[in-house]
Design a protein. Sequence first.
Length: 495
Amino acid sequence: MEMEFESRYEINRTAEFIISKSFTRIALQFPDELLKESTKVVRALKSKLKEMKNAESDREVRFFIMADTTYGSCCVDEVGALHIDSQCVVHYGQTCLSPTSVLPAFFVFGKASINVSSCVKHLLDYTSKSDKPVMILYGLEYAHVIPSIQQELGLSKTEKFSVANVLCSFITPSKDPRESMEHPRPSGDEVSLSSSSRSYRLGGLAWDLPEGSKIEDYLLFWIGSDNSAFANVVLTFNGCDVVRYDAEEDSLVTEFTQQRRILKRRYYLVEKAKDANIIGILVGTLGVAGYLHMIHHMQALISAAGKKSYILAMGRPNPAKLANFPECDVFIYISCAQTALLDSKEFMAPVITPFEANLAFSRGSEWTGAYLMHFQDVIINSSRSESEAENRSEEEPRFSFFQGGYVEDHNTNDEAENGEEDTGDTMALVQAAEKALQLRGKDHHNQLAKQTAAKSGPEYFLNRAYRGLELNSDNTSPEPFLVGRSGKASGYKHE
């Protein structure tokens, strides 16, 4: 039993890592479901370190247990680790392997149980009906059985089957966040990808395709549960045939109508976001490298589209929190790929990803079927869209599917250049905007180009029916003192 525990939490490998790096202050990050075993892990690590240490390294090693980060258990909680002056973070459980900004991180994925023979049988039975090559992807908790699956398949490097590799189990922070905004820099267990092939990285996995091959030509065979990592696979490779093997149920899942419907829902939110004037940028991570650069990029994108943005940091968003900002027509959630999709009918306003924001606010951008989740890919795609839209007219109205007509987007940049945005005349400008000219048809009745709603927070406030307590500035004299009622509630003295 003890050997099984040490194997599941990789006590030996973790202790070797700590000694090799000479770390003395280590933060151990556990998700909520594993927190109950955190003290046992600490005792096992201390015992193993005593066995492995030599006389020269007699420095005391201190461990600090951290619970879930505010934003999601898959990301490394660098902020919490820095509060206790840790030298590194050991992360347990499901992870997105997003790059860190300051601290190195060591990952223990866990070892989920699986029937290897049954998995291989299901794989061979299903793929025998198809001539497509197969790319085997999996949740990181099943990485420990991949060599056994390869052995049973009898493959080393065949044309029929290809297996993705774990990108790394130890990452170091990047000095330049633009270098690896979503692709971590591995240390130790590195995966070498051929320079003559097309490389892919997603959810901690890395694989390459032969030159001339496309990912759409492959059948994707996923081993694992229906979680956020699998949802990313379905969305990112929406042009591929996907099959999922559920290890817990020991069955194949081939119907993904719900997942495919998500893609249509996301495109609907993009069209809805195009009509937004006030955008809230939600900070969904403080540890993923490049998150600040992405926030600044979103601000520039929104400003170039003539819209107003506000940065909001509130931890993990929920409908109750976002309801406190009714002036925001749409929210952009800046987070790692596995926590980026927030969609619920309870939200009063759409919550979209940076990639979807790029589609919504870059004039002339069209969805080609590709769906990007990583910061770096979104930046590159946005740069291409900006270069293509340079020659487009900014004054040209656009067609809104939701308003059923052409819409003129109000440009707030002109106000900012004239220094009018944050002055006392803002409310007067808002009132004047209500009388703005509108383009009409030949009969002077059918409106061709509509002015959109509130363009900023002050304008939204002006249009509200209730604005809070209003003080009469003309009459500043104090009200006379009034004597209240006295006695008991059952009978006051004057009754």
